[in-house]
Design a protein around this ligand. Structure first.
Ligand SMILES: [Zn+2]
Length: 342
């Protein structure tokens, strides 16, 4: 089969579009014919060796996979050839104390698809069968691959790690990003007023199209002041944050009393300083959020199927042009999501 593999780390890294052996399923695994795979910031980190994990090369990246089951290990009974599926990118064990409670995102033995083992930028991928989620009939492979990782991350943040209530003010950092574009739509569906940041007119317009009530320019150094102005000095109830560094610190300036910053990423820096005086005086919370549970993927696909959210698809690339997709994402020129179709 054809695979688009990272052979040398770098920014950009060196990729090769090559022929490798078809994967064979172990007893509890299935082979998926990949029909679409979304590109995420995680893939760039993997490309740059920017993840705090050991990674063997060559490696097929890509964790946001949809496709059809084409082969099954002998112990797999619940899936059949031809089933249309999406795949959880956190390779959870299914047996640890968190997995048995449905908290797969914090599995004690979790591995990342496309980092610790080969992912979806290939014609086929082999995965443990318990990672699969059934794709609703009216959801296309491309739309699934534009939401099952980033969109379900936002679902986990806004429905599990925090709970948006009707009438809440929610600030979404980077509304044109994969997580941001889903978070705007999910928060609106939950009845929130949404403010989003964006670094260009195109990104701010895109956030408005997705439903943001107000947009602000993240290049303006006093963007927290804009948030306070919009909310008449009150501040927002929840900030959806995935950038880290100085951006995360500034989020607290936007926060109402009893407000929560929920964060799932740290592109701009993993070490931050927090002034604890306003933090406890205003009863602020900082909540970490990692990946998603199986239930979050099911919810995200259900909402997509019901038309409550849309797949924010920017562009689809054939597998042999996947390097172009990596370049576009690195250049921060994407509105929503890039998807590769083998
Ligand atoms: Zn586990």
């Amino acid at each position: 089969m054809k695979a688009f593999q990272l052979v040398t780390h770098g920014a950009p890294g060196k990729f090769e579009f090559r022929d490798i052996a078809d994967p064979k399923p172990a007893a509890n695994e299935v082979v998926i014919r990949v029909r679409a795979c979304g590109l995420n910031r995680l893939d760039l980190w993997a490309e740059e060796a920017g993840l705090p994990v050991t990674m063997e090369l060559p490696r097929t990246l890509g964790g946001e996979i949809s496709g059809e089951v084409i082969a099954l290990g002998e112990k797999v009974k619940e899936w059949h050839k031809g089933d249309r599926v999406a795949v959880q990118s956190n390779v959870f064990c299914g047996t640890c104390e968190f997995c048995v409670c449905g908290e797969e995102s914090i599995c004690l033995n979790g591995k990342l698809l496309g980092v610790h083992r080969d992912g979806g930028f290939a014609e086929q991928v082999v995965v443990p069968a318990h990672l699969l989620v059934c794709l609703p009939e009216n959801v296309s492979f491309e739309n699934s691959a534009a939401l099952t990782l980033a969109g379900s991350t936002a679902m986990h943040m806004l429905t599990k790690r925090t709970q948006v209530e009707m009438g809440d003010w929610v600030l979404v950092i980077g509304g044109a990003s994969g997580v941001g574009s889903a978070a705007i739509q999910i928060a609106k569906q939950l009845g929130a007023y949404v403010i989003s940041t964006g670094s260009s007119d195109a990104k701010r317009d895109f956030a408005k199209q997705l439903g943001a009530d107000c947009v602000i320019d993240s290049n303006d150094s006093d963007w927290p002041g804009e948030v306070r102005k919009i909310t008449e000095k009150r501040g927002v109830d929840i900030v959806v944050e995935h950038v880290g560094g100085e951006v995360l610190m500034k989020c607290f300036e936007c926060l109402a009393r009893n407000g929560t910053v929920v964060t799932c990423g740290a592109t701009a820096g993993r070490n931050v300083q927090i002034n604890l005086w306003p933090f406890f005086v205003k009863q602020h919370s900082l909540v970490g959020s990692y990946g998603r549970n199986q239930a979050d993927i099911v919810n995200t696909l259900d909402w997509l199927s019901e038309g409550r959210i849309k797949a924010p698809l920017h562009q689809v690339f054939p597998l042999d042009q996947a390097a172009e997709a990596f370049k576009l994402l690195r250049n921060r020129a994407v509105l929503g999501k890039l998807v590769v179709t083998p």
